[in-house]
Design a protein around this ligand. Structure first.
Ligand code: ZN
Length: 259
């Protein structure tokens, strides 16, 4: 059976500093997300945190990662730009990325979207009804018309993202707002999924339906191929059809990029 190598990245700050969050996630949110995934056959799951050297995301680790899950909130600014560059490169090569909840404002998600990724929000412990927009989508597999998260943070429109290439979920909240809570994009060879639920003062990552969505998203986001990006010059004598060089040229065949 094919194995999908997953790394769950957790900022791991509120779990250390906030008594409420620590009481719900004493070993960190990343641990609970990882343990939820480990119940699925075919997943090899590890974790990484902000506090580790290179935030636990060395070149070698990322090279051996098929899908990276990202949860951050309080310390987006502490993520080194060098690591953001590295993760972006791996996504463009084909690694899947799943951005959870407040990762909408992470450096890596904003980088990949190219927009501000702002939204409206309210922390009132209200019910969230997560509606399935596309019952045939693999990320919605095993979910009926909707599922509910009993206590959630409201994330509402407008959500300053580029339009999703596939809309999987839209959430409705008790207070009346709606939100595009499950969105898919591709960047380069990589697949990206954003999923809204996951505020840290509620036990959302213990929810079986939430765990199912994340597992479905891992299967969807796994690499379909590898694209090592480069920008080679193909000189005239290597063109698939024979051609004569005509007109003035800026570049010699020996310029950078000549193979
Ligand atoms: Zn939150």
């Amino acid at each position: 059976m094919e194995t999908i190598r997953v790394v769950v990245w957790g900022e791991n700050v509120h779990e250390q500093e906030n008594e409420i969050v620590r009481s719900i996630y004493p070993r960190g949110m990343h641990t609970v997300i990882a343990e939820g995934l480990e119940t699925n056959p075919g997943f090899t799951v590890g974790t990484a945190t902000l506090q580790e050297p290179e935030h636990g995301l060395s070149e070698n680790r990322l090279a051996e990662t098929d899908v990276l899950i990202w949860w951050g909130h309080k310390a987006h600014g502490e993520v080194a730009d060098e690591i953001v560059d590295r993760v972006q490169k791996r996504v463009l090569e084909g690694m899947g990325l799943i951005a959870l909840h407040s990762a909408h404002y992470s450096k890596i998600f904003k980088r990949l979207m190219g927009t501000t990724c702002s939204l409206t929000w309210r922390e009132a412990g209200e019910k969230e009804r997560v509606w399935v927009c596309n019952p045939g989508h693999p990320i919605a597999a095993g979910i009926d018309r909707y599922f509910e998260v009993e206590q959630s943070e409201m994330y509402g429109e407008p959500f300053a993202i580029p339009p999703a290439e596939e809309q999987v979920f839209i959430s409705w909240y008790e207070g009346g707002e709606v939100f595009r809570s499950g969105c898919c994009w591709r960047r380069g060879a990589g697949k990206i999924f954003y999923f809204g639920p996951g505020h840290e003062t509620y036990p959302i990552y213990y929810d079986k339906m939430v765990q199912r969505v994340i597992a479905n998203a891992v299967r969807w986001a796994k690499p379909e191929g590898l694209w090592i990006d480069s920008c080679p010059q193909i000189p005239a004598h290597e063109a698939p059809e024979k051609i004569e060089v005509k007109g003035p040229r800026l570049h010699k065949d020996t310029d950078e990029g000549y193979r």
